[in-house]
Every structure is written in C-alpha cells, then in structure tokens.
Design a protein around this ligand. Structure first.
Ligand code: BGC
Length: 368
C-alpha cells in the first residue's frame, strides 16, 4: 500500500518576502510543510508546498541500495538563500522557460512581464510559482494536491489563474504529475517540473556519464539569449541527436554554435508524437551505468527542455553536504516550446476563459 507517511513542519521562515506582485507574507511561510509519499517498494518522495518543490527522491540502485537522486535541500531557507536560485525541484510557472524581452500581445493588447534573465523573462518572473507558498492537501494515501491562485497581472500576466498540481506515487514506481489550470482572462500558461536528477545520487559528481535517449528528431535552435529562432531543425548529424542513447558527455564539447549559446545542452527538443498530440508518449530515457538506475519520462506535452546543469558551479552544497558541481544534475522539463507567445509557428500556449489546462508527466524509476 502506498501511503502519505507523515507530515512534518518544513521550516518556518522568520522574515517575510515581499514582492509587488505575489505578496508572500510571513503568515504564508508559517504554512510551509514537508510531505512524504512512500510506496510499497520503499520509494520515497518528499515535497514541500513552498514552490511545490520535490526536495528528495529516494530510489534503489540495481543492488537495492537506496539513494537520493534529486538535488535539493533540507530547509526552506536554503531554497530562499541559494545563489542564482536554480529552481531545484520546483514547479515553474506561470510560464516555464523564456519569453523574449518579457513581452507579448494578446488580442491587440501588449503585456510586459517581469524580466529576470538578461533582457528576457524566465520561469514566471521574479517571484514565479517556485517561490510562492501553495495550499497542500493529501488525497487518498498516495497523492498530494497543491493549489495556487496567481492574481491578475502577477508578474505581468493577465488573468487570475487557478492552478492545481497533483503528485501521485504509484506502486509501479511512477511519479505522476498532473497539472490543471483555469483562467478568467486569456493568458499564456506553461507549467513544468524542474527537478535536477543525478542517478548516482545527489552530489555524486557530474551527469556526463549518464546515457540519454530523447524521443525527438528535431529541436528548436536558439539565439545567444536562448530564445528560439522559430525554426524546427533536424538533430541528425549534430550533437543534439539523442535518438539513440549516448552518454551526455560524448559530444558536449564539440565546436557547435548551439552548444556555445547554451553553454552545453539547454534546449527544447520537439517530441516525436507520431500524430498523438496531447497523448502520453515516451519523451526521454536516462540510465546510469554504475548504479543501474533508470529514469523514463512520459508526457502529454509536445516538448522537453533538456538542461544539463551548465550553470551549477560547486557553490551550492546539497543535502549530504556535497557541492553541486558543474553539470552535476540534469533537468527534463516537459513543456510547450519556449517563447511560444511570440512564435506563431509553435503550438499555442494560450489558455482561454472556460477552457481547462490539463497536462500530465510521469517519471518512471527502475533499474537495469
Ligand atoms: C533553463 C536554464 C536555466 C535554468 C535555471 C533551465 O530551465 O533552461 O537556462 O539556467 O533553468 O536553473
């Protein structure tokens, strides 16, 4: 039987975070809790309602040895104080990934978002969904439901957006993430999960030896600010070809303009949906030879941002006290494509009043 094993206070943040938009108060911080999902095989996932962050994922290696494969922290202060705020484990939104210059137009109306990544908007702005306190409700014995209402014009986005993210840990060793949202004004929405995985265990070196398969024959190349050019380009014959599994480090140092812009892999791949738009398909498979751990990612989304921790530099120290080194974790952020609000050829990310945003991503853990 899966069960929600226990609730413990996560850590109260004494001071109060203020923003013109999200208005996170000390009372909100009083509500911060840490929840544990555990299945019958002993897989254990910890989630806090601060940022809907997955703080820990304990899974066995091929010998049954448990290891924590998610980068993160034990206390909420470590999240709020982290240099460069790398979004460890968080749900990012209202728009995960970049929007060029934080600008877009809907029905002739211009909107300007908070700009927090050079000239561009990234992961929902200065106080995105990763930095607010969600309401949490355990559902049944294996799910946690997190809700957050983003206000009209919060970080510059139109419409009150009611969001619900449900984490479910199954006895098949799957973590299912169900995202839902409704709005009262047309708005772009792109929610994703920003866990950094290291299948050797958090803090145990780089992920360059992990073998990755991406179910994608095309990717969306970017400019130097990591904004898509609008093209969909074949990966064949480039370092971006992961259609057959290969070690992440194999081609990463090749002289290539796109690798140069990303400082490594930090791009959106266009998933081969085989005509199954909106259906759950395999997006990625990662395996790590020494532990035998395997992660498979399934999603209803059309894209996945594969980011290999190019901005980690050893300054952040994780749960076991080990530094998170350069390329010490990888993210597989299932999503719509970056900058979609300004890219007429990309699938639309606009949610209209009366519609429901409804996407699902599954992380399946196994060994080989
Ligand atoms: C982005 C990176 C960014 C990182 C933040 C990723 O989703 O693609 O460019 O630096 O998030 O940690």
């Amino acid at each position: 039987m899966m069960r929600l094993a226990y609730l413990t206070p996560f850590l109260l943040l004494a001071c109060c975070l203020q923003s013109a938009s999200a208005q996170v108060t000390s009372q909100d911080f009083d509500k911060i809790m840490l929840y544990t999902l555990k299945n019958s095989n002993g897989l254990t996932i910890k989630v806090t309602n601060y940022g809907a962050i997955i703080t820990s994922i304990l899974v066995p290696d091929r010998d049954g040895e448990m290891g924590d494969i998610a980068l993160g922290y034990d206390s909420v202060e470590d999240y709020t104080n982290a240099v460069d705020k790398p979004y460890f484990g968080a749900v990012v939104g209202r728009y995960g990934n970049r929007i060029a210059e934080g600008k877009f137009t809907i029905d002739g109306e211009d909107y300007t978002l908070a700009v927090n990544n050079g000239p561009n908007h990234l992961h929902g702005g200065v106080i995105g969904f990763d930095k607010v306190v969600w309401d949490a409700k355990p559902v049944g014995d294996n799910s946690l439901e997190l809700t957050y209402v983003a206000k009209d014009m919060e970080e510059g986005y139109p419409g009150n957006l009611k969001c619900k993210v449900t984490y479910t840990l199954t006895d098949d060793n799957e973590l299912k993430i169900h995202y839902e949202a409704t709005t009262d004004k047309t708005t772009p929405v792109n929610l994703t999960q920003h866990t950094y995985f290291n299948l050797k265990g958090e803090g145990n070196g780089t992920i360059l030896d992990h073998e990755l398969m991406l179910n994608a024959k095309k990717f969306t190349p970017v400019d130097e600010g990591l904004i898509p050019t609008g093209q969909l380009v074949d990966v064949a014959g480039t370092p971006f070809d992961f259609t057959t599994a290969k070690p992440i480090g194999r081609d990463i140092e090749e002289a290539d303009e796109q690798l140069n812009f990303g400082g490594g892999y930090d791009h959106n791949w266009v998933l081969d949906k085989g005509g199954k738009d909106g259906e759950m398909t395999l997006a990625a498979r990662v395996s790590e030879p020494s532990s035998g751990r395997v992660l498979e990612v399934f999603t209803t989304e059309p894209g996945v941002q594969f980011y290999c921790g190019n901005f980690l530099d050893g300054r952040l120290t994780g749960k076991a006290g080990k530094p998170y080194v350069y390329r010490g974790g990888l993210c597989l952020e299932t999503q719509h494509f970056p900058d979609s609000p300004n890219q007429p050829n990309f699938p639309s990310t606009l949610l209209e009043p009366g519609e429901k945003y409804d996407t699902t991503t599954v992380f399946r853990f196994s060994t080989e």
